[in-house]
Ligand binder design. Structure first.
Ligand code: KG4
Ligand code: ZN
Length: 376
């Protein structure tokens, strides 16, 4: 069986993994840079690129040692070649090229989104094409029919924020730090999802696209309108002083001193987001054609409330539901190695001068969506 070394460095996780054709993760390492970026409230590309340079080679040495293998035992080297932050992508891709050249092994340039899209097949041998995939991460929010390796039909995308981005921004408003998605999920578990009325953008609209910018703005207003006695984070005065509260209607809300907690806001946000996801996915299922399963992947697929709502939708639709185990949802190198195995099996590899692609859509034929890029 083939063995592929996978490398991931497109955002703020430096990762290396060895995966075999039997779907075994022989060894893997993920070095998170959360600490380095936390003071800035988001990923700083230069800091990320430098951290990848420092960490990647030792991580690769560690996974090789743990698996007891040398490069001679590996059948190919797969690295994320985009989309992502160009500096980080270059670090991983150049490293992979150097190893491929030195060991005389094929290089496989992987689209990071393909890594996410095929990750459910690493975890589940019985998942066959075509499947409807909800790909939800920090940078992407799409519904795609995965017809085969390299064959993706995009049915929907977001016209503004990605779902993970909406979680992170809402978490930031609630003072939960960065990256806030996982912290928001935990806080939501303690709150009342009906406590704060929030909008559900695009609910019921004909095409299955997403929009989350308006929901995030509503979270900001809800936080500003919260009674100081129930707030556990930043006070509304701070928001007022920072100039966030310029609209008189919002100022009125502040006067109302609504008695909900941060946990209530978190729970209400999460429920609104889930309602949108379920409505949009239901719409996509209607136009997807015959599919074998409803599948979710990407960082937000680690959210248990999102997973269980999708599972219920799959059951109602008479479909299997497949979601990768939690560590395979957020960025990792095992999914890149697995995508490499799928491509290797089709006899595919890439030249050593393959250029990194900071922008690289999965469905290159998909039309831009009207209104896309307009952020609230
Ligand atoms: O796939 P990923 O690791 O990186 C990208 O390719 O973007 O996704 C990261 C995103 C972040 O926005 C993070 O907050 C979100 O996934 N995320 C979550 C959870 N775990 C990660 N969002 C909500 N609930 C979670 N449990
Ligand atoms: Zn990702």
């Amino acid at each position: 069986m083939e063995i592929v070394l996978g490398i991931e460095s497109s955002c703020d996780e430096t990762a290396a993994a060895l995966v075999s054709g039997e779907r075994l993760i022989l060894a893997q390492r993920i070095a998170s840079q959360d600490e380095a970026h936390r003071p800035y409230g988001g990923v700083v590309p230069e800091i990320a690129a430098r951290a990848h340079v420092e960490r990647l080679t030792p991580l690769i040495e560690e996974v090789m040692a743990e698996a007891g293998l040398t490069l001679a035992d590996v059948d190919a080297i797969a690295a994320t070649a985009g989309p992502g932050l160009i500096g980080g992508v270059m670090v991983g891709l150049v490293t992979a090229k150097a190893l491929a050249m030195a060991a005389e092994k094929p290089l496989i340039a992987i689209n990071h989104l393909e890594g996410h899209a095929l990750s459910p097949r690493l975890a589940d041998a019985s998942l066959d094409y075509p499947y409807l995939l909800l790909l939800v991460s920090g940078g992407h929010c799409q519904l795609l029919v995965v017809e085969g390796v390299g064959h993706y039909r995009r049915l929907a995308t977001t016209i503004d924020d990605a779902l993970g981005e909406a979680f992170d921004k809402s978490a930031k408003i609630l003072g939960l730090g960065y990256p806030g998605g996982p912290a928001l999920e935990i806080l939501a578990g303690e709150g009342d999802a009906s406590a704060v009325r929030l909008p559900r953008p695009l609910l019921g609209s004909a095409e299955p696209h997403f929009s989350f910018a308006g929901l995030k703005s509503a979270v900001m207003r809800a936080k500003a309108a919260q009674s100081p006695s129930t707030s556990s984070g930043r006070s509304f005065d701070k928001l007022r002083m920072s100039g966030t509260l310029t609209n008189p209607a919002h100022a009125e809300l502040v006067e109302a001193h609504a008695p909900y907690t941060d946990a209530d806001i978190a729970a209400s946000f999460q429920q609104a987001a889930i309602d949108c996801v379920i409505d949009r996915t239901t719409r996509a299922l209607a136009s997807a054609g015959q599919v074998t399963a409803l599948v979710v992947a990407g960082g937000v697929a680690a959210n248990l409330a999102v997973r269980s709502a999708l599972e219920e939708l799959a059951t109602q639709s008479g479909l299997r539901f497949v979601a990768p185990p939690l560590p395979l949802c957020t960025d990792n190198a095992a999914m890149i190695a697995w995508a490499g195995i799928e491509r290797l099996r089709l006899g595919q590899s890439d030249p050593l001068d393959f250029a990194p692609r900071p922008r690289w859509p999965l469905d290159e034929a998909a039309e831009p969506v009207r209104g896309a890029g307009v952020k609230a």
